[in-house]
Ligand binder design. Structure first.
Ligand code: AMP
Length: 184
């Protein structure tokens, strides 16, 4: 059983690593960013509400995210495991998730924190060419990360669930470090 939560700043490589591990372990990769981008593209009611926040690099309000994650983690394909990428983004999402998992008789096995210095992130994000990857929104996303998401690291380290990984190295090395932890 592999239930993994990926933490780390924007541009740390969470999405790439989550995709790799999702195919090696045959477990769903659940990215709230991907779900939201699809909703925006399809202009669903969720997408219409989320779009302006995403374009500005702000977090989409919790009430829009929590139902979505509850619904997703209740799907039958999550029984064998999952990788959460981009959720939780703040402490209130993290405590919602603890309660939700308890209600589902489940729990995360590892919280994996990919560590990459800010200056490396800006360079990586500027090279990525996503719609919300211009210099102002990148700066804003990093600010929000430090303000709202860094406290989530303490939330999990206080609960002895956190594993830190150096994300400032090659993709292959990061995958190997993650697998070494998960398979131990
Ligand atoms: P990501 O692909 O994870 O970088 O997410 C892209 C954007 O989607 C973020 O900048 C937020 O606007 C929004 N988003 C993704 N996940 C969350 C979340 N858990 N809570 C709030 N907003 C989110």
């Amino acid at each position: 059983m592999k239930k993994l939560i990926f933490l780390g700043p924007p541009g740390a490589g969470k999405g790439t690593q989550a995709q790799i591990l999702s195919s090696s372990y045959h477990i769903p990769h659940i990215s709230t960013g991907d779900i939201l981008r699809k909703a925006v593209k399809e202009q669903t009611p969720l997408g219409q509400k989320a779009q302006s926040y995403m374009d500005q690099g702000e977090l989409v309000p919790d009430h829009l995210i929590l139902d979505l994650i509850k619904e997703r983690l209740s799907q039958p394909d999550t029984e064998k495991g999952w990788i959460l990428d981009g959720f939780p983004r703040n402490v209130s999402q993290a405590s919602f998730l603890q309660t939700l998992l308890k209600d589902l008789d489940s729990a995360a096995d590892y919280v994996l924190n990919l560590e990459v210095p800010d200056e490396v992130l800006v360079a990586r994000l500027l090279g990525r060419k996503r719609k919300d990857d211009n210099e102002d929104t990148i700066r804003r996303r990093l600010e929000i990360y430090h303000k709202d998401t860094v406290p989530v690291i303490s939330f999990y380290s206080d609960r002895h669930m956190l594993k830190a990984i150096n994300g400032n190295t090659s993709m292959e090395k990061v995958t190997a470090s993650l697998k070494a932890i998960i398979d131990e």
